[in-house]
Each structure stands twice: as C-alpha cells, then as structure tokens.
Design a protein around this ligand. Structure first.
Ligand code: S3P
Length: 430
C-alpha cells in the first residue's frame, strides 16, 4: 500500500494481530459540544482522531470555547456555560453531517445569528429534517434551496415541543434534545425506530436529566451542565472494517481492546456472528454510561444474510463494508429499507454497486437497498472513494481477497473518520 491519495491494495494471505481503534466519532462530537456549554474544563482521553470531530472542535472554538491537545493526547475543552459568543465568521463543518445537524440544536437557542457551511458533499445533504423541528421551537433558519447547507440560524428563546421525526436519525434526535436544553419546559422526541442513544447518555454524563420511555426521550429546559473527565471508547463502526476483514480469512485472529459496546450500536456483532464470524467479548466496563469491551474475533465460514427494518437503522454506517465483502460469502447479502444510504457522504448504494461492478461482481441495486449474490470471485480494479471515508475503507477490505492489485482514488477520505486506517490495516495483514 502507498500513503498518497491513491492507494494500492494487494491481496493478503492471512490476517492476525491487535488494533487499538481510535475513540468513537459519535461520542466525541457530543462530548465536545456539551463540554463547550458546560461549566468547567472537560478532559477526554482517546478523543476521536477523525477530521469530522476536529470540525466540531473548530466550531466550538469559534464560539468561544477554547480547547487544547495535551502531551498525553488528551483533549481539554474549556466550557463557557451559557456564554457562547457570536462567531465572527461562518462555521466550517467540513464533511461532517453530525457537526452541522447537532450543533444547530445548540445554536438555535443562542441570542445571536450564526452561519454553518461545509464541503461539496455536505452541501448536498438534507437539512430539512432539523430545520423543521427547530422552526417549530421558534428558531428562524435559512438554507439554500431544498433545505441544503449553508444554514443561517437566527437563534433565540425556544419553546418546548413534542416531536416525532419521520426519519430514524440519531443526529435529528440529538439536535432536538440539545435545543431542548434551551427551551421553556419539557421537549420530547419520539423516534419511529430506536437509534443510537449517545446523545441521551452524554447529556446524563454532563449532569442533565433525560428520561426515556420506549422510543421516546424527554429533556427539561434550563438545566446546567458540569464538566467531565472521560475516556472515549473505541469506535465500533471503525472496528467493523477489521471485523469484516477477519471474516474473509479462515483462521484469522484479531484482538480489538476497549471497543464501544453500547447496545444501540452492538447489533453489528450479532449480525457478524450470524454470518459466521466467531466473536467473544471480555473485560466489560462502563464509563459515563457507555459500555466498553475487548473483542476477539476469528474467521471461519462466512455465510451472508439479510439486513432490514430496525437492523438497517442500527447498522447504517457498517452496511457499505458488510455489503461489499458479502460478495465473498456463501449466500450473499440482501439489504432493505436503506434509502438513507443514498443521502450519506456519498450515495452509498450507488458507490458500493459501482465499485463492486468494476471488480467484476454481480450486484442488484434497488431504490432502498442492494442484493449482493455470494460465492463471487473479484478482481482488482481502479476504484473511486467518491470522497466518502467509509467507501474508501470498505473497498480496501474487499481488495484484500481480490485477484491482483486494486487502486483506490481519493483514499485519503478515510481521514474523515479514521486517519490511521491504512497503517493499522497494514499492521495486521500478511
Ligand atoms: C450519527 C448518526 C447516523 C450515522 C452518522 C453518525 C450520530 O446518522 O450515520 O455517521 O452520531 O448520531 P443519522 O442520524 O443521519 O442516521
């Protein structure tokens, strides 16, 4: 493999070793945002190395909450409570949907106007899903046509709402709960399907009361937050690439210490086990409400299966690598109810199908999913990341079992969530 933006990946013979996965991206975003509006200085070990999380840190600094990276790698964020200041320039959210959507919830409740923008990919992504509830709470938000960024948020006093989002989205839920901190009364979000709950768990860690019942979360406005010291668990969605790689090599042995085991994310492990990967989890601990464990994985048979309904929402970030690697499985993979994949960093249904076809695979593409037949032999090809971190990493894994060399253009997109991905992958393949 080379380290330039175009990366060459060659077939591997086996896979073995230990990878220390960087801190979870979803949790790091939420910790950075809540630390900014908490009283006191928060300290985070194993904060995500993702460029996306640095976009969030850049925004909170522009809002007056300074942060520093310490010699031991910890990130310290100086909270300024209710004293966020009006940014002097538009806030750059880079490639990060989490930054723009969740931070908008906080900005809607501030007594100033702010603008948020992002790169070309982010500028195409739908924001109506957060604009609608925030408008119902009393914020005035301007966007480009079709509810696309940039956003201009005229913040102010908010009223509490009871909201039922149409899409199952943790970013929308978190945005509304964050806005609820600045509203008069109880804000309630009831989701169509339960999504990751890091927003609720993080709010509680910073001292807020959040009640859950079924698929609904309720927060009371006006609560003060206090600083925390936390260790961010390893990102399970990043671990997914290595777990799928292990599944492709019978006899592989992989150890991943300190990985997030939150039940709203860990459905991945059940699915991988159903598909044939042998997994054991040990050394379980809890930090600030988040479960952490060490994963040991061993490759054996790789069967395939179906992902639909609530599983699709629970596995939304892992579907590209599961689908792409399923070409080598015995029975293939069917993915349904996944139209959200079309509005991620790239159209992930099209990106997976296009790259697989270039490698000689058969793929059936549907408006809301994919069918990948199993038992296929793939050959190396010239692929594109489509500027999407998860596509770059997914196809590096597929390439390990293909015949011949694969080149992935725009592979540096991996840095959006996992800057050291290719080095870490090289350290475990032979
Ligand atoms: C995230 C939620 C998911 C996921 C994204 C991170 C989060 O997006 O795809 O990578 O941290 O809340 P949606 O909420 O849009 O489904």
């Amino acid at each position: 493999m080379s380290s330039a933006s175009t990366i060459s990946v060659y077939p591997a013979r086996s896979l073995e070793g230990l990878v220390r996965i960087p801190g979870d991206k979803s949790i790091s975003h939420r910790y950075a945002m809540l630390a900014a509006i908490a009283e006191g200085t928060s300290r985070f070990q194993n904060f995500s190395a993702a460029q996306d999380c640095y976009s969030t840190l850049g925004c909170v600094r522009a809002l007056g909450s300074d942060w520093t990276k310490k010699k031991d790698g910890a990130i310290e964020v100086r909270g300024i409570g209710s004293n966020l200041k009006a940014p002097t320039q538009p806030l750059d959210c880079g490639n990060s949907g989490s930054t723009i959507r969740m931070l908008s919830g906080i900005l809607a409740g501030q007594p100033f106007t702010s603008e948020l923008f992002g790169d070309e990919s982010l500028s195409r992504r739908p924001m109506a899903r957060i604009m609608k509830p925030l408008a119902a709470m009393g914020a005035r938000i301007e966007s480009r046509e079709g509810g696309r960024p940039p956003l201009k948020i005229h913040g102010g006093p908010l009223r509490a709402i009871q909201y039922k989002p149409e899409v199952a989205s943790a970013q929308v839920k978190t945005c509304v709960l964050f806005a609820g901190l600045f509203a008069d009364g109880d804000t309630l979000v009831e989701e169509p399907i339960r999504t990751r709950d890091h927003g609720e768990v993080a709010l509680r860690a910073f001292g807020a009361q959040v009640e859950r019942s079924g698929n609904a979360a309720r927060i009371c406005g006006g609560q003060k937050l206090h600083a925390i010291e936390a260790h961010v668990p390893g990102d399970l969605s990043s671990a997914a690439f290595f777990l799928c790689a292990a599944a492709l090599f019978p006899g592989s042995q992989l150890s991943l210490p300190g990985i997030l085991m939150n039940p709203t994310r860990a459905r991945l492990l059940d699915i991988l086990m159903q598909m044939g990967l042998k997994i054991t989890v040990g050394q379980l601990e809890q930090h600030h409400g988040e479960l952490i464990g060490t994963i040991q994985a061993q490759g054996g048979s790789w069967k395939g299966g179906t992902i639909s309904g609530a599983d699709t929402a629970a596995l939304i970030d892992e579907i590209p690598v599961l689908a792409a690697t399923a070409s080598y499985s015995e029975n293939g993979l069917e993915v349904r109810d996944a139209k959200e994949l079309r509005v991620k960093e790239s159209d992930r249904i099209a990106s997976v199908a296009t790259n697989l076809r270039k490698m000689g695979a058969e793929v059936q593409e549907r408006p809301d999913g994919l069918r990948i037949p199993g038992g296929q032999r793939l050959h190396g090809a010239e692929l594109d990341s489509f500027g999407d971190h998860r596509i770059a990493m997914a196809f590096a894994i597929v390439a390990l079992r293909a015949e011949g060399q694969t080149r992935i253009q725009g592979a540096d997109a991996a840095g959006v969530s996992y800057p050291a991905f290719f080095e870490d992958l090289m350290s475990i393949v032979n």
